[in-house]
Design a protein around this ligand. Structure first.
Ligand SMILES: N[C@@H](CCC(=O)N[C@@H](CS)C(=O)NCC(=O)O)C(=O)O
Length: 237
C-alpha cells in the first residue's frame, strides 16, 4: 500500500478527514476510471478525505485491495467501521451523508434522470470501456472505434445533448456540477485521449468538465504519476 501525499489545497482538510474518518482507496489516477468518479465527486464537493492509493497490475495488487474490501475492486470508501465498495454505492452514501452539499440535482425529475444516466454508465458502455480504456497521459487519436464503441459514443452524445438542452449550453449536465458529471468525467478523459469528434456544444462540455478544478486536479495527479501499465500505454494496430 502506498499512501499518497494530498495536494496542499486539500491537505488543510486532512484534520477534518481524520475527524470524520473518511478514507478513499483508489488506484492509479492515469488508468482507474472507476476510482476517478468518487474522488472527483468528493473533491468537487469539498468533502474531506484521506487518499489511499493501490497500484494496479502489480504482483501484490489483489492482496493490497483485499486489506480493504473482499470484493477485490477499488474504489473503496472507509467511513470509520463502515466499508462501502463500488463507485455508485460510494456516491449514494456520500449524497446521503452530506445532504447539504446537494450532490444530486434538487429537482426530483432531474435527480431521477441523473441517477438513470449514472446507472446506465455503471452497467453499460462496455464498447467504449473495452476498446477505449482510460489513459489520461496517452494520445490514441482515431483508435478504438469498434462498432460497439461507436454505438456507445452515439448514446453518450445523445445523453449529453438531452441534459444540456434542459440545463443550458454553458452548464454542466444538471446545471451545477453534480455526481452525474463526476460519473462521466472518465468518458471525457477518453474522448480527449482518442480524439472523438463531437458536436461543438458537446466538445465545449468536454472542455468544461476537464477544466473543473476537481477534474483538473485528478489530471495533474495522473500526469505526475510515474507508474506505467505497459499493456495500456500503446494501442495495437
Ligand atoms: N463497478 C465497480 C468497478 C470497479 C473496478 O473494476 N475497479 C478496478 C480498477 S478501475 C479494479 O479494482 N481492478 C482490480 C484489479 O485490476 O486487480 C465500481 O463501480 O467501483
Amino acid at each position: 500500500m502506498q499512501t499518497t501525499e494530498l495536494d496542499p489545497t486539500l491537505s488543510q482538510t486532512l484534520g477534518n478527514a481524520e475527524k470524520n474518518g473518511l478514507k478513499l482507496v483508489i488506484a492509479n489516477k492515469n488508468y482507474s476510471s472507476w476510482s476517478m468518479r468518487p474522488w472527483v465527486a468528493m473533491t468537487a464537493f469539498n468533502i474531506p478525505f484521506q487518499e489511499i492509493s493501490v497500484l494496479l497490475d502489480r504482483s501484490d495488487t489483489t492482496a493490497q485491495i483485499a486489506h480493504y474490501s473482499a470484493a477485490g475492486r477499488v474504489p473503496v470508501l472507509l467511513a470509520g467501521e463502515t466499508v462501502i465498495w463500488d463507485s455508485l454505492a460510494i456516491c449514494e452514501y456520500l449524497a446521503e451523508q452530506f445532504p447539504e452539499k446537494k450532490m444530486w440535482p434538487e429537482d426530483v425529475a432531474a435527480r431521477a434522470l441523473a441517477r438513470s444516466i449514472c446507472a446506465e454508465m455503471h452497467s453499460g458502455f462496455t464498447g467504449v470501456r473495452s476498446a477505449m480504456w482510460m489513459n489520461i497521459r496517452a494520445k490514441f487519436p482515431g483508435k478504438g472505434r469498434t462498432l460497439d464503441a461507436q454505438a456507445d459514443i452515439g448514446r453518450i452524445s445523445e445523453i449529453w445533448e438531452n441534459c444540456l438542452a434542459l440545463s443550458g449550453p454553458s452548464q454542466y449536465l444538471f446545471g451545477e456540477f453534480s455526481i452525474a458529471d463526476a460519473y462521466f468525467a472518465p468518458v471525457v478523459m477518453r474522448f480527449r485521449t482518442y480524439d472523438v469528434v463531437l458536436a461543438p456544444a458537446l466538445d465545449a462540455y468536454v472542455e468544461r468538465v476537464a477544466a473543473h478544478p476537481a477534474v483538473a486536479q485528478w489530471i495533474a495527479g495522473a500526469l505526475a504519476e510515474t507508474d506505467h501499465i505497459e499493456k495500456y500505454d500503446s494501442y495495437p494496430d
